[in-house]
Design a protein around this ligand. Structure first.
Ligand SMILES: C[S@@+](CC[C@H](N)C(=O)[O-])C[C@H]1O[C@@H](n2cnc3c(N)ncnc32)[C@H](O)[C@@H]1O
Length: 336
């Protein structure tokens, strides 16, 4: 079944401004053309409403069709085609793809095809995996120009990042918005493993906390955090470079703590609980075998009780698949 495109109607006077804001927020539907109806423009969108304007069904024409699937462009034989990933990450104008050994000799052709399929991509990087305690990616450019430094846009926030220097995951956008919408006015928030500060930036944009402390051990994170705070006018974010365990000791008690360190976050949970007010919520990410998630919750509750803390797991959610048998979970933990 073909989808009916949705549009918002705006007066032509404000059309360009609204189009820009939609594009910045990543919800302009570029698959359809903007059309004119008298004094009004109908702008195709990927959401149900925007700034109080409701999106309505429209008869917008599709933009010029081009092969959107890079696999169609490559037209590899079946045995090789099956190796091609069905998805890849786009951070700003940089695409990042993981390739199997069989595809390695064809990497440059693959990169060119990706650029042809998605003209907004400036460079394609081959990702050989996330490494070390800073969780940074080993990247090799296989097509396009420039470096892996880019500006990613998410919910109207501009996130300056170089994924070869500091970790960033564009797939956590929905989780960042979910956490931001939980934040109440005046809260004190700590992000213990902030990277370039995407959680703090989205929270600062969508909520009204008093302060958000953004901690990261990676010294490269500092310049990106500072640039992001400035470009988003997010004066309530305080960047701190250092080890989260010691950095939280000097901070005022928090209402909410984010722990996005999926390999070992629970090793830091006692420090987070010490830094949290009673009733505070801790959003803790953890990678686990899918059939061990339930046992992990019981074991963690017991481990914290032995360390002198009472906790309640208010919500468990599977964020993404990590391997055939493992997933990344987020636990919303309440300090009782
Ligand atoms: C999975 S990344 C999360 C980044 C960020 N929250 C995001 O969503 O893009 C984990 C981050 O924790 C940082 N890190 C690792 N060990 C740390 C520690 N002991 N204290 C503070 N930060 C640490 C790494 O440098 C990395 O940037």
């Amino acid at each position: 079944m073909k989808c009916v495109p949705k549009c918002i109607r705006v007066h032509k006077r404000e059309g360009e401004e609204v189009r820009k804001r939609l594009a910045d927020s990543g919800i302009l539907d570029t698959g359809y053309k903007i059309s004119r109806n008298g004094e009004f423009l109908e702008i195709p969108v990927l959401c149900d409403s925007f700034e109080g304007r409701e999106a309505v069904d429209s008869e917008a024409e599709e933009t010029e069709s081009r092969p959107t699937e890079y696999r169609e462009i490559l037209d590899f034989p079946d045995w090789l085609n099956e190796e091609l990933p069905s998805s890849y990450d786009i951070i700003g104008d940089v695409a990042i793809i993981k390739l199997s050994d069989a595809l390695f000799p064809y990497r440059e052709r693959i990169g060119e095809a990706m650029m042809e399929a998605t003209p907004s991509i400036r460079a394609v990087m081959m990702d050989s995996g996330v490494k070390g305690e800073f969780r940074i990616r080993e990247l090799e450019k296989i097509a396009g120009t420039g470096t892996s430094e880019t500006v990613h846009k998410e919910f109207g926030v501009r996130i300056s990042v170089d994924p070869s220097l500091v970790y960033f995951n564009p797939r956590l956008a929905t989780e960042r918005a979910r956490v931001a919408l939980c934040v109440k006015d005046g809260e004190k928030v700590i992000d213990m493993f902030a990277g370039v500060a995407p959680f703090p930036l989205v929270i600062s944009k969508l909520a009204r906390p008093e302060v958000i402390y953004a901690i990261d051990l990676n010294p490269e994170a500092e310049r990106f955090m500072k640039a992001n705070i400035e470009s988003n006018h997010a004066a309530n974010i305080v960047p701190i470079i250092g080890d989260a365990r010691s950095a939280v000791k000097g901070l005022p008690k928090a209402d909410r703590i984010i722990m996005n360190l999926p390999q070992s976050s629970d090793d830091f949970l006692d420090s987070a609980l010490e830094a949290a007010k009673d009733g505070a919520v801790i959003h803790m990410h953890r990678v686990l075998e899918r059939d061990e998630a339930e046992a992990f919750v019981a074991e963690l509750t017991e481990r914290m009780r032995s360390a002198g803390y009472n906790i309640r797991i208010a919500r468990t959610s599977e964020l993404k698949t990590y391997s055939p048998s493992m997933s990344v979970y987020v636990f919303d933990i309440v300090k009782c």
